[in-house]
Design a protein around this ligand. Structure first.
Ligand code: ADE
Ligand code: ZN
Length: 351
């Protein structure tokens, strides 16, 4: 990369974080369901909720760890029944993403959460995919879907899910692995990832959110993933840090998620600067924005307010890494890199 980052007045950093083009690579679409939309869909579909009001539901968003969040997150997703529900949810997220200058969104979805309730696979994928196409046409955002397997379920269930989705193979670009991490190591899903690889699907997996560095090693070496979702526990293994840096394996880090799920005592304690300064291809993402207090730009803004020593150079690296690590066509990536450089040049001229 020959581009020199121009000198930027630190007072311009908040505006730059907002304006810079970025890719969001780690966002669970079911985690974008705002409480108001949960109640509206429950009413539309005649689904009974365990909470009496939006306020009561919001008050339940006090998490102590990943599992305490997942229990509420799966309950929230129970209001999704019709193709239009999936469409409306995804359009609402994509509108928010456009407002945050997200040029590319690679969106996770959890089909097993829906098929287990009797919702057809086509209902889920067609609704989400139509939203991606329409948002692309109307708002210019590039969006694609990544099908995630729930790791607390069996590999057989994951394999059945993949086979069931194959008639819609052209509507998703990859597979991922999410849900309860500890006790469900990546190698449990070796065969289903091998099958996905044969199908030329992109491969990603959550690893090292709460789980140990060993899970990151096995996501890389057993599953063959191209990116690690979270990965913040890598700092406990020096050899792993060197491997991630050498191979430019992107980590899709989610600062507000890590704060809300108590992965770090406070946002100020986040290790993102250590990861970046060790040469890892770190990106910033929102994970489940409706549950964790903000969309991607709020993640950037709060992070730069709280973590000491983050500069314009770090902002540029985070945005560039997100574009480089995306699975978008090279021609798009080249255009977004140029837009990113122009954005920084403009901020420098405003000195
Ligand atoms: N599903 C939704 N959000 C998740 C997270 N942060 N970790 C694992 N699975 C998830
Ligand atoms: Zn996640």
């Amino acid at each position: 990369m020959t581009f020199q980052i121009p000198a930027i007045d630190p007072s311009r950093l908040p505006q730059l974080l907002q304006a810079m083009p970025k890719a969001e690579l780690h966002m669970h679409i079911e985690g974008s369901l705002e409480p108001e939309m949960i109640f509206a869909l429950a009413r539309r579909n005649g689904v009974e909720l365990a909470y009496g009001s939006v306020e009561e539901l919001r008050q339940a968003y006090a998490f102590t760890d990943l599992q305490s969040f997942l229990d509420i997150y799966y309950a929230g997703a129970s209001v999704l029944l019709q193709e239009q529900d999936f469409y409306d949810m995804a359009r609402a997220y994509l509108d928010r993403a456009v407002a945050d200058n997200v040029v590319r969104a690679e969106i996770f979805f959890d089909p097993q959460t829906h098929t287990a309730r009797g919702v057809a696979m086509e209902t889920v994928i067609n609704g989400l995919h139509r939203a991606c196409v329409d948002a692309g046409r109307e708002q210019g955002i590039s969006a694609a879907l990544i099908l995630c397997f729930l790791r607390h379920l069996s590999e057989e269930s994951a394999m059945r899910t993949l086979e069931e989705a194959l008639p819609l193979r052209d509507k998703f670009i990859g597979v991922g692995l999410d849900s309860s991490e500890v006790g469900h190591p990546p190698e449990k899903f070796a065969r289903v990832f091998a099958r996905a690889s044969e199908l030329s699907l992109h491969l990603v997996a959550h690893a090292g959110e709460e789980g140990p560095p060993a899970y990151i090693w096995s996501a890389l070496d057993v599953l063959g993933v191209e990116r690690i979702d979270h990965g913040v526990q890598a700092v406990h293994d020096g050899r792993l840090m060197q491997r991630l840096a050498k191979d430019r394996v992107a980590l899709t880090v989610c600062p507000l998620s890590n704060e809300k799920l108590c992965v770090f005592p406070a946002l100020a304690d986040h290790n993102i600067r250590q990861l970046l300064d060790a040469g890892l291809a770190v990106t910033v993402n929102s994970d489940d924005p409706a549950y964790f207090g903000g969309y991607v730009n709020t993640n950037f803004t709060r992070l730069f307010e709280q973590v000491p020593g983050l500069s314009a150079r770090h902002a540029w690296l985070l945005a560039l890494n997100s574009i480089d690590a995306s699975f978008a066509p090279d021609a798009d990536k080249r255009r977004w890199r140029e837009q990113l450089h122009e954005c920084f040049e403009q901020a420098a001229r405003a000195l």
